[in-house]
Design a protein around this ligand. Structure first.
Ligand SMILES: CC(C)(COP(=O)(O)OP(=O)(O)OC[C@H]1O[C@@H](n2cnc3c(N)ncnc32)[C@H](O)[C@@H]1OP(=O)(O)O)[C@@H](O)C(=O)NCCC(=O)NCCS
Length: 161
C-alpha cells in the first residue's frame, strides 16, 4: 500500500470509495436515504474534481496497485496556521489495518507550518472518534447542525504535546 497524490483519473474510484464507506459508517446513524442524498451531492466526481486544484491543500489516496483503499483531503487557511481535515476515509474491508494512520501522518507532514488541525465528525460515529482520539485529537465543540457534528482539534508543531 502506498500513499500518493490523487489524480483526475482516480476520481470515479474515489467516488465509489466514499459511497461505500459512507453507507457503512452512516446508514445506522442517519438512515440509508439520507446517506444516498448526501453522497450524491458532496461526493460527485464534479465536486471532487474542484478539490484537485484547490490552493494550500493536499488530496491523497492509499493505493495498493489494484484498489484505492483510502483517501484524505485537507486544506490550510491563508496564513497556513490552521489546517482543516475535510475528509479521511478507508474502505470498510481495509479498515483497522493502519491505512487511516498512514493517511493522517502524510497529511500532517504536508503542512509543517500548521499549528492546529481541526475536523468535524458526526457525534454518532464512535469508530472515527476513537481513531481521532488515538491521534491526540480532543472534542472542542458541538454537537452542531442537522448532522450533529462534533468539532475535534489537535495542536501541532514543536510545542505540541
Ligand atoms: C476512521 C478511519 C478513517 C480510521 O482508519 P483505519 O485505517 O481504520 O484506522 P487505523 O487502522 O489506522 O487505526 C489507527 C488507530 O485508531 C484507533 N481506531 C481505529 N479504528 C477504531 C475503532 N473502530 N475503534 C476503536 N479504535 C479505533 C486504534 O487506536 C487504531 O490503532 P490499533 O488498530 O493499533 O488499535 C476509518 O475507520 C474509516 O474510514 N471509517 C469510516 C469513515 C469515517 O468515519 N471517516 C471519518 C469521517 S470524519
Amino acid at each position: 500500500m502506498f500513499i500518493r497524490t490523487a489524480m483526475a483519473a482516480d476520481l470515479p474510484a474515489i467516488h465509489d470509495l466514499l459511497v461505500e464507506t459512507w453507507h457503512d459508517a452512516y446508514d445506522a446513524v442517519f438512515g440509508r436515504d439520507k446517506v444516498t442524498a448526501i453522497t450524491g451531492e458532496w461526493h460527485s466526481v464534479t465536486a471532487l474534481r474542484r478539490r484537485l486544484d484547490r490552493p494550500h491543500s493536499e488530496f491523497i489516496v492509499a493505493d495498493d496497485g489494484a484498489t484505492i483503499a483510502g483517501m484524505a483531503f485537507a486544506a490550510a487557511g491563508a496564513d497556513g496556521k490552521v489546517l482543516t481535515l475535510h475528509q479521511l476515509y478507508v474502505r470498510p474491508a481495509f479498515q483497522r489495518g493502519g491505512i487511516g494512520g498512514l493517511l493522517m501522518d502524510e497529511i500532517l507532514n504536508a503542512f509543517p507550518d500548521a499549528e492546529t488541525c481541526i475536523l468535524e465528525v458526526a457525534e454518532g460515529n464512535s469508530r472515527a472518534i476513537a481513531f481521532y482520539q488515538s491521534y491526540d485529537f480532543a472534542v472542542a465543540g458541538g454537537p452542531e447542525g442537522e448532522l450533529r457534528h462534533l468539532r475535534m482539534e489537535r495542536s501541532l508543531g514543536v510545542d505540541a504535546d
